[in-house]
Design a protein around this ligand. Structure first.
Ligand SMILES: [Zn+2]
Ligand SMILES: [Zn+2]
Length: 275
């Protein structure tokens, strides 16, 4: 799987530069640099980390007054729990944006429990099979109250059946894992799923004035925007209506043998996704 993902990201590393930096007034700075992870502070109580194994796989630390969320665990991060403790002194909850080896890698084992979307149980045996802790399930619409900061759970299937986005309405941003951006691979799902996810997410972003989504492979400037979600929604609709078709991708892996490129978005999919 890892080999597959590495290749897939190499093939589709069309990460759009949407010129989105950190929040105005806060200078993003590196606060930790180790062998497996580099962490940057993106605002007063939010940090972003990059692993170095699979296309800058991202982790995020989202802190409230009483507790913090650790979003994703990278591929291989030695002493991840100790690194996190250097960043926040609050008790942490580990949550996965989805179950893939670059987001729920070996470092999940530093935590007694992990929250995932039950839709990704299909991946657990193959990709998180040696996890000894307790797997808990996210609920669509549930809110994690961190103390003065609330993070809402929005199910956004498409990349995987259990891909999930986490919204901070007060901050005006969210964290989308690989649901948007990050190479746009439709793995075991289809265009109808992506269409509904885009419709729902765009509606939410407009209603709550969410201007950007930090993706699962964040490189400093490649946040997803309302426009990008709208573009993906239109592409999904046009593919389903037969107005658009991708090109065969000879390097496609895991059956993702077609790629559709438009508006700076590349969506990789299998023939079986055409429904
Ligand atoms: Zn990923
Ligand atoms: Zn993924």
């Amino acid at each position: 799987m890892r080999k597959y993902l590495l290749s897939a990201f190499a093939v589709c590393a069309a990460f759009a530069a949407c010129a989105q930096g950190p929040r105005p007034g806060f200078e993003e700075k590196t606060v930790y640099k180790g062998d497996d992870l580099e962490i940057r502070q993106i605002d007063e109580h939010t940090w972003h980390g990059n692993g170095h194994v699979m296309a800058n796989e991202a982790i995020y630390i989202i802190e409230g007054e009483e507790r913090a969320i650790v979003l994703d665990a990278g591929t291989e991060i030695k002493d991840y729990d100790k690194i996190i403790a250097q960043i926040t002194s609050k008790p942490v909850t580990l949550i996965a944006t989805h179950v893939h080896p670059d987001h729920t890698g070996s470092a999940v084992n530093y935590f007694d429990e992990i929250y995932i979307n039950a839709g990704d149980m299909v991946n657990v045996e193959a990709m998180m099979g040696d996890y000894k802790g307790e797997i808990k399930y996210l609920v669509d619409g549930q809110v994690f109250d961190l103390g003065g900061r609330e993070i809402e759970v929005i199910f956004t299937p498409g990349h995987t059946p259990g891909s999930t986005t986490f919204m901070d309405k007060a901050a005006g941003y969210g964290f989308s894992g690989d649901a948007f951006g990050s190479g746009n691979l439709l793995l075991t799902t289809n265009w109808s799923t992506l269409l509904i996810t885009c419709q729902r997410t765009l509606e939410y972003m407009k209603k709550h004035n969410i201007t950007k989504l930090y993706p699962g492979h964040y490189m400093g400037r490649n946040c997803e925007t309302q426009q990008r979600v709208a573009d993906m929604m239109q592409m999904s609709r046009d593919v389903l209506d037969g107005k658009l078709a991708g090109e065969k991708n000879t390097q496609g892996m895991m059956g993702l043998n077609t790629v559709l490129s438009m508006h700076g978005v590349r969506i990789n999919y299998a023939d079986s996704a055409l429904k």
